[in-house]
Write a protein that binds this ligand. Structure first.
Ligand code: ADP
Length: 316
């Protein structure tokens, strides 16, 4: 039933090669790497051979072409990525600190990434799509919000499915209207992909078991909780649960793990695999991606993930 569509920000990421605090001194940098959480997700869908399309915008510049060329190579339909003649492609400069946290310098709000909207081409795509993937954080971007609101309604009416990565920090207070939108989006999710504390944030209650119960009550169909190097857990509506141990890898760059995991899990489910099988591919995609510098450089094809699974230990 039609391609998987992801709506949201497309960026390049430029990474400091030294570890430390911020950018107050000149740093050796590497990049640009194709990035933006929704773009990473759809890249992994395309690489795994699922039909995939992206809605967003880039500037008419090399940073934009880094993204569109990359997604095209991954098999993603990029015809609904618009090219903004007036604003540059979004960017994020990133430097890791010793404790693993990151300092960022962003240009998203005044970039092409925040300026795309509904168009005839977007409408045509949504009208033939089978699945929509949305990040909660996109609800704070007015243009993305408008597209997402419309797209969710159309896809649902068509009998398509929706996955949601809440992607909103526990402490973040949204204004009342955005909070209501967020709850509605979560409740409409056929698949919810929270990581860590986002589970409780999305449910609006404390405690893992209570949050799972509440989310199913709200209407969510399937939940996969991502726990970084501690693995991931599937929760089904019948009270079933599957714990997937993480693969043992040397982490080089944690950015993008959750989106690669989600893109692989969703694509496997859409291709008819069981939650157990999809968890294995999701875990492999997330783990493989952290072994390489760049937010989506480690996203894998089926062949690459099979080779990774066959050659990599899993945590006990
Ligand atoms: P997010 O980026 O959304 O916070 P996670 O960091 O939890 O998501 O990563 C998603 C999945 O990728 C994890 O559930 C795990 O399977 C895999 N993963 C992430 N980091 C590692 C790691 N250091 N070692 C092994 N697997 C990892």
């Amino acid at each position: 039933l039609g391609p998987t569509v992801c709506v949201g920000e497309i960026l390049v990421e430029i990474v400091a090669t030294t570890v430390g605090d911020g950018f107050l001194e000149a740093q050796p940098l590497v990049g640009p790497f194709a990035s933006g959480a929704p773009a990473i997700f759809i890249s992994q869908c395309g690489r795994l051979g699922g039909k995939a399309a992206m809605v967003g915008a880039v500037g008419d510049d090399d940073f934009g072409r880094v993204n569109t060329d990359r997604l095209k190579r991954d098999g993603v339909d990029v015809s609904t990525i618009s090219i903004d003649p007036d604003y540059p492609t979004g960017s994020a400069f990133v430097r890791y600190r010793k404790d693993g946290s990151r300092d960022f310098v962003y240009n998203i709000a005044t970039s092409a990434a925040a300026r795309f909207g509904w168009s005839q081409a977007v409408g045509d795509l949504i009208n033939r799509s089978g699945h929509l993937h949305v990040m909660g954080s996109a609800l704070s971007v007015p243009s993305a919000r408008e597209v997402i609101d419309k797209a969710v309604d159309i896809v649902k009416v068509r009998g398509g499915t929706l996955s949601v990565d809440p992607n909103i920090r526990k402490e973040l207070k949204l204004d009342e209207q955005t909070e209501r939108r967020f709850s509605k989006l979560v409740a409409a999710a056929d698949l919810l992909l929270p990581s860590g504390e986002e589970l409780e944030r999305a449910a609006g209650v404390e405690g893992e078991a209570e949050a799972i119960r509440r989310l199913f009550e709200m209407g969510v169909k399937e939940i996969v909780l991502k726990r970084g190097a501690d693995g991931a857990t599937y929760f089904g509506r019948q009270g079933d649960r599957i714990d997937a141990p993480a693969f043992v890898v040397q982490e080089v760059d944690p950015t993008g793990a959750g989106d690669c995991f989600g893109g692989a899990y969703l694509t496997c489910r859409r291709l008819g695999m069981s939650p157990q099988q999809a968890l294995t591919y999701g875990s492999a995609a997330g783990a493989r991606n952290v072994t390489v510098l760049g937010p989506m450089e480690g996203a894998g094809t089926q062949q690459e993930l099979d080779a990774f699974i066959a050659s990599t230990e899993r945590r006990p």
